[in-house]
Ligand binder design. Structure first.
Ligand SMILES: C[S@@+](CC[C@H](N)C(=O)[O-])C[C@H]1O[C@@H](n2cnc3c(N)ncnc32)[C@H](O)[C@@H]1O
Length: 281
């Protein structure tokens, strides 16, 4: 969910700013992530890996799902994100059940058959992550019969009443990031079942989950939505008409009298798609 404008401004290299975006996004994502975790039916007491764990929010939810005897390792390449994750864990009741470690998902620093499952959310597709390698590495560190699951944000409908504007904004490169025009179609996230097959995983499954946003919006959800507008379309100006851009500004800026999140009947949704498979026995 990074965008190029932020990269140019140096915002994304500012890990705290990006960590704050992840923190805000959690207010939107938590219910849907919990549904996904529930659907995976991770065995109680199992041991898992959250690959590309960011600030560790999912690591904690996963640990809760396998409690009281389970354990989850959160792995990320960013020491700054891991510092946020450790802080978060310390404040939770699950600190004994999680461990955070720096490392690269393309070369997992673990022995074979160590985990019962691997989870990776909003991670594949980014430049430093090789999707097939991540899946092969996950299959290596998961015991036979264990689960490999990857999850990714796949769409949003968040400008009710402006379907054409939203479609035009969605036709811009920031909106399709981390996919980009010219990238091989088989590298698009919705083609992930092919990567699972190529990694030798079995019992493949693909499902999409919906997160709902209903008025009245509390401050956390409002701030998360404002951050989302900026992340998904903040750099789309050069790819839409001036008229479209002005209309987007008019409805997406909190100070505007037409700010869309002030609609008393605002409703929106977004989707997360889950791909999973099992390591052959
Ligand atoms: C969009 S964030 C998602 C974080 C978290 N999974 C979530 O859903 O909140 C992507 C994460 O992948 C991490 N990452 C990117 N490339 C990586 C790599 N090669 N190895 C490990 N982590 C990586 C980033 O540091 C970042 O924390």
């Amino acid at each position: 969910m990074e965008n190029n404008k932020n990269k140019k401004r140096g915002k994304v290299s500012d890990k705290d700013t990006y960590a704050h975006r992840l923190y805000l996004a959690d207010f939107l994502r938590e219910p849907v992530i919990r549904s996904v975790i529930q659907a995976l039916k991770l065995p109680s007491g199992s041991r898992g890996l959250d690959a590309g764990c960011g600030i560790g929010s999912h690591t904690l939810m996963l640990a809760e799902a396998v409690a009281p005897a389970g354990h989850v390792t959160g792995l990320d390449i960013s020491s700054e994100f891991l510092a946020h994750a450790r802080e978060k864990a310390k404040k939770s009741s699950l600190s004994e059940h999680v461990f955070f470690q720096e490392g690269n998902v393309n070369k997992l620093p673990f022995d074979d058959d160590l985990f019962d499952w691997v989870w990776s959310s909003d991670c594949v597709g980014y430049p430093a992550v090789e999707s097939l390698t991540l899946l092969k590495e996950s299959a290596r560190v998961v015991k036979p019969g264990g689960i490999v699951a990857i999850l990714g944000w796949t769409s949003q409908q968040v400008l009710p009443g402006y379907p054409l504007l939203e479609a035009r904004l969605n036709a811009s490169s920031p909106a399709i990031s981390p996919y980009f025009s010219g990238k091989r179609p088989e590298l698009h996230f919705l083609r992930a079942l092919g990567w699972f097959r190529d990694a030798g995983l079995k019992e493949l499954n693909a499902r999409t989950f919906v997160g709902n946003i209903n008025a009245p919006l509390n401050d956390n959800i409002r701030n998360a939505m404002i951050s989302l507008f900026e992340m998904v379309w903040g750099n789309a100006e050069s790819e839409v008409t001036q008229e479209n851009w002005e209309e987007f500004q008019r409805i997406s800026q909190p100070e505007s009298p037409d700010f869309i999140l002030n609609l008393p009947d605002y409703y929106a949704f977004f989707t997360y798609s889950l791909f999973s498979g099992k390591v052959a026995k």
